[in-house]
Design a binder for this molecule. Structure first.
Ligand SMILES: CC(C)(COP(=O)(O)OP(=O)(O)OC[C@H]1O[C@@H](n2cnc3c(N)ncnc32)[C@H](O)[C@@H]1OP(=O)(O)O)[C@@H](O)C(=O)NCCC(=O)NCCS
Length: 178
């Protein structure tokens, strides 16, 4: 398994996985191309035997306190083996490097698997966007992660010390599209 920075040459493979993973609300190729080339973006792909099996993206404007998880997906056949968590960790490490304090995302209310992943990394629900996902008419749950807390918990996990603290619960206007 290889994780590397995404390039515009990955667009077709990314779009194939995008349509498979998000059949009713996939991004357009133009939107994805713009994301891949944005100076504020950080996109990575996972490959196995030369085949793209996952991708994820962060939007983090240099100097800004907040960042957004834009998307994350693993191909169906490669799920459940830690790749999603690893990709999320790669994005959060990048956010740490960019000096981000809080990371936001939006997740479909009918996606308990992704919600469980985010909650287990310390993301907490801070709001809802009713009927955000169309045409399915599904609410978006807005989640927030205190990045310094995430770094501290990871350090404690490495030393075997469990010191999970409270997650700030300020309402926000997070714009992650995940
Ligand atoms: C969400 C997604 C990226 C997770 O990737 P993954 O590689 O399967 O996840 P991992 O193996 O790293 O598991 C991470 C956590 O996700 C949750 N999870 C994974 N598979 C699950 C399942 N079948 N049922 C319930 N929870 C599950 C668990 O909390 C798991 O942690 P654990 O292994 O310690 O229990 C993947 O399911 C996916 O691509 N889904 C379709 C696209 C999508 O919904 N993206 C998110 C948009 S917000």
């Amino acid at each position: 398994m290889t994780t590397r920075a995404a390039t515009p040459a990955d667009l077709d493979a990314i779009m194939a996985l995008e349509h498979a993973s998000f059949p009713t609300d996939a991004w357009s190729p133009a939107m994805m191309r713009e994301e891949l080339s944005s100076p504020h973006g950080f996109y990575v792909v996972v490959e196995e035997a030369g085949r793209l099996v996952g991708y994820a993206g962060l939007r983090a404007v240099r100097g800004a306190r907040d960042a957004d998880i834009q998307t994350i997906t693993i191909s169906e056949s490669a799920r459940g083996r830690g790749r999603g968590r690893a990709l999320l960790g790669t994005l959060l490490d990048e956010a740490v490097g960019r000096g981000v304090h809080d990371v936001f995302l939006e997740v479909r209310a009918d996606n308990p698997v992704a919600q469980a992943l985010y909650a287990s990394e310390g993301f907490a629900e801070v709001g809802r966007r009713p009927r955000y996902y169309q045409p399915d008419d599904v609410d978006a749950i807005v989640m927030q992660l205190d990045l310094r807390g995430w770094v501290a918990r990871r350090g404690d996990a490495a030393t075997g010390d469990d010191a999970r603290g409270p997650i700030p619960a300020d309402p926000t206007d997070g714009k992650g599209w995940c």
